[in-house]
Design a protein. Structure first.
Length: 434
């Protein structure tokens, strides 16, 4: 019975550690792609912790158990070492506080500390249940999980662990003075283990469902934005067509102006010049490249940047190959990158600028897009990945994630770097049709 109690406590403790850290850090790639690798690491850590606890040496437990748990956190998850250690110590503090609360409230006697009886296991479950509820609340308040945790829905779900905890407390208090047979002990232990497991499974199902809702929302945001961009750039393409028609007809306009001037019909000259000026102003676009979609997009973003007082410097090298990229992917990639650049540069306190340079890499058949912009706010990161400069709550990082996915689709990639108050996005896209 003693070894069962110890193993149960260690398994629950390991799960709570994993559950807590998973909301702040991503697993390493080897554990993402191999469930067995994760299981082996967990078995090794649980076995080592069980061995330490079974030796009944307080000093050994105080030293080696935290080391084992910290090692698991460092091996399983990736991220800044300081951040991982900070979260690990938060977890240890939660566990210690829960044990302290239990001792203050119930004041267990010496007999209940015997690891070989049912009372000790129930104490362990009580402490872990308190820890579980606190971790749920902490993760909801400050966690970075990609799940939609509506507070009202969460409070309804919290009835499950709270009511289970109440049942466990009532049972624990009622059997403190009762000696149970081994059959009764086994039935009681099994019931409460299943009760704990049921709570974990219910929240796991809830979080998975919430994560799917979040992913669907991400996709809907991307689809809506692409539709709006497509409508705009189709209109811009039509506008470019009108501009070409105007330039084609300019020779006839000049002849008519010459004719009116010869006949001294200056009112007609003024009226015709005014109409031509209006049409040219309405349809005038800079010619950056011969790709109508990209050219329209750059013109639209230049106008938008001008409204924020942002200096733009766009250059597309002649001969750039973009034919392999679909229209929707082109709009999504360049649109998201330029939207991010405009948003960040508009908040810069000093010089506001965006520099875009698109050129062909001589070796390897890659089209390179380099966008440099000024920025002011601290850029949000998650495990080294840039998310957003937004400080308000909401869906962040969808644009950059979408650009990454599209770049990989074309055999390329996106890298983002910062230097002082300058942000640089480097996008490489393969131009090989194959």
């Amino acid at each position: 019975m003693e070894i069962f109690n110890i193993v149960t406590g260690c398994v629950i403790e390991m799960y709570l550690l994993h559950f807590f850290l998973f909301n702040y850090f991503e697993k390493r790639e080897v554990f993402k792609h191999s469930v067995w690798a994760m299981i082996v690491l967990q078995i090794v850590a649980i076995s080592m912790e069980t061995l330490c606890n079974s030796l009944h040496n307080v000093i050994l437990n105080l030293i080696f158990v935290p080391v084992i748990l910290a090692s698991y956190a460092m091996i399983m998850f990736r991220g800044k070492i300081g951040h991982r250690l900070f979260c690990f110590f938060m977890y240890i503090i939660i566990l210690d506080c829960c044990e302290f609360i239990f001792i203050i409230i119930w004041q267990p006697d010496a007999d209940s500390v015997d690891m070989g009886n049912v009372k000790f296991l129930l104490q362990t479950l009580l402490i872990k249940f308190i820890s579980y509820i606190i971790i749920l609340l902490v993760n909801h308040l400050v966690g970075k999980q990609k799940r939609i945790m509506d507070s009202k829905v969460l409070m309804m779900y919290m009835f499950i662990p709270v009511s289970s905890f109440s049942v466990l407390v009532g049972t624990y208090c009622s059997i403190m003075e009762i000696d149970l047979t081994w059959q009764q002990s086994l039935a009681l232990v099994s019931s409460f283990c299943f009760l704990f497991l049921g709570n974990i499974v219910s929240f796991y199902a809830f979080e998975n469902y919430s994560e799917r809702i979040f992913q669907n929302m991400q996709q809907n945001v991307i689809i809506v934005k692409q539709k709006k961009d497509m409508e705009f750039y189709m209109q811009a393409t039509e506008q470019e067509g009108r501009q070409k028609k105007l330039m084609h007809d300019i020779n006839n306009y000049i002849k008519m102006i010459t004719h009116f001037a010869k006949t001294e019909d200056y009112n007609s000259v003024r009226r015709l010049c005014s109409e031509i000026s209006g049409e040219m102003e309405e349809s005038m676009q800079h010619i950056y490249c011969n790709n109508p979609i990209l050219n329209s997009m750059l013109n639209e973003k230049r106008v938008e940047a001008d409204r924020y007082g942002i200096t733009t410097e766009f250059y597309v090298e002649p001969g750039v190959v973009l034919g392999a990229i679909s229209m929707t992917d082109m709009i999504a990639m360049f649109g998201n990158l330029l939207d991010n650049a405009i948003r960040a540069a508009s908040e810069a306190k000093e010089e506001k600028y965006i520099k875009l340079h698109i050129y062909m890499k001589e070796v390897g058949g890659f089209c390179v897009t380099k966008i440099v912009n000024s920025f002011e706010r601290v850029i949000q990161e998650n495990n080294g990945k840039f998310l957003s400069t937004k400080t308000e709550d909401g869906v962040h990082g969808i644009g950059i994630q979408n650009v990454n996915q599209i770049a990989e689709k074309y055999g390329g990639y996106l890298t983002c770097t910062t230097h002082q108050k300058e942000f640089e996005a480097l996008l490489l896209i393969s131009t090989d049709d194959e």
